[in-house]
Write a protein that binds this ligand. Structure first.
Ligand code: NDP
Length: 334
């Protein structure tokens, strides 16, 4: 049953959450943010979605990350979040930092995908309606569009801020060179990029290798990591096979083929290191991303409050020794 009136935990800012400054901006983000890509669609039990969102806010998670097409079905995660806003979070709107994005396929025809001004503006209007919001705190270009002039995409983002429909602008998954143009264009218009969103975890090092992390730090915008647990691979979820209720079993974006023999060996080796450190693999994987100040926050997904609790424990993680870091590298390269 959905409780009609939600009273957040009075101690929500004393429950261990830490906040990091996002680049050189005025914004502080929780080290752990919650993503609604999965588990908040119209295929998921609404009561569980409410429960996870409440639990997050009760533990100091102020940042909720969405996109137009999260679900399934497309749009339904924003609709679920809209219900949560209406029934639970409305009195706390100013304590929340809510993001959405557009860039991937959303509706049929030539205007429902990629990076045109037409698509981005229409999508933001739809997102605001679905989420019962007057503005989003952060709006992202969800991906780089090689066929739309970058200036068109970037100017649409600038105009969203000018119109008061978004407070800040972010960029997700743009390559290094395009990001240079984006940084310059946005800065010159006094709408600096707040944050870059990219996939960074023990198994995915591209933001480090391609200079994206360094670029963000040098230019004064934050970096937020999506899929920090590699969609669940960097946890104990698949150590003993594929559970029926897991993301792989659901047959979504995480394919059975991702769980190769080598990957399983790496997971086992990392799990052994985590155990020796007295923590779960999920805790260690998140703590590893947050170990230095290149990263502002990690956006975790969770299909239960138990998982979320386990992930929040990363905030209590002991520091890594040099030997542990080297051992982790060896485990990731088995
Ligand atoms: P994670 O890597 O955190 O994976 C989350 C999944 O891992 C959960 O749904 C659950 O899967 C499993 N899991 C989580 N915690 C535990 C635990 N403690 N023990 C065992 N299993 C666990 O993140 P996501 O891939 O969900 O991505 C997070 C967010 O990042 C998204 O919601 C979205 O906001 C953002 N994102 C952005 C993208 C972009 O293009 N900008 C792309 C992808 C994501 P299970 O269902 O098996 O229980």
């Amino acid at each position: 049953m959905i409780k009609p009136i939600y009273s957040p935990d009075q101690e929500r800012y004393n429950n261990g959450m830490k906040y990091r400054r996002c680049g050189k901006s005025g914004i502080l983000l929780p080290e752990i943010s919650l993503g609604l890509w999965h588990n908040f669609g119209d295929v998921d039990p609404l009561s569980r979605s409410f429960e996870i969102a409440h639990h997050a806010f009760d533990h100091g998670i102020t940042h909720f990350d969405l996109a137009n097409n999260y679900g399934p079905s497309y749009g339904s995660a924003e609709e679920t979040f809209g219900c949560i806003m209406k029934k639970s979070f409305a009195p706390y709107r100013d304590e929340l930092f809510i993001s959405s994005k557009a860039g991937y396929d959303m509706w049929p025809g030539p205007y429902g995908n990629w990076g045109s001004r037409k698509y981005l503006m229409a999508s933001l209007h739809q997102s605001l309606k679905r989420m019962n919001l007057e503005y989003v705190d952060l709006f992202y270009s969800h991906r780089f569009d090689p066929e739309t002039p970058l200036e068109e995409t970037l100017q649409a983002l600038v105009d969203m801020v000018r119109q008061g429909k978004a407070l800040y602008i972010g960029i997700s998954r743009w390559p290094y060179e395009a990001m240079k143009t984006a940084y310059q264009y946005l800065s010159e218009r006094d709408v600096p990029c707040l944050i870059y969103q990219g996939c960074y975890n023990l198994f995915r090092r591209e933001p480090e290798e391609e200079g994206i992390l360094k670029q963000a730090k040098e230019n004064g915008y934050g970096f937020i990591s999506f899929s920090p647990l590699a969609q669940g691979l960097l946890t104990d979820r698949y150590l003993n096979g594929i559970p029926e209720d897991s993301r792989i079993a659901h047959g979504g974006h995480l394919k059975k083929e991702s769980l190769t023999e080598t990957t399983l060996k790496r997971i086992q080796a990392l799990n052994a290191i985590a155990q020796r450190r007295g923590q779960t693999l999920a805790e260690m994987a998140l703590a590893w991303i947050l170990k230095d100040d290149y990263v502002t926050s990690v956006i975790v997904g969770a299909s239960s409050t138990t998982q979320l609790d386990k992930n929040l424990k990363a905030l209590e993680s002991p520091a890594f020794t040099q030997e542990e870091l080297e051992e982790i590298e060896r485990a990731c390269n088995i």
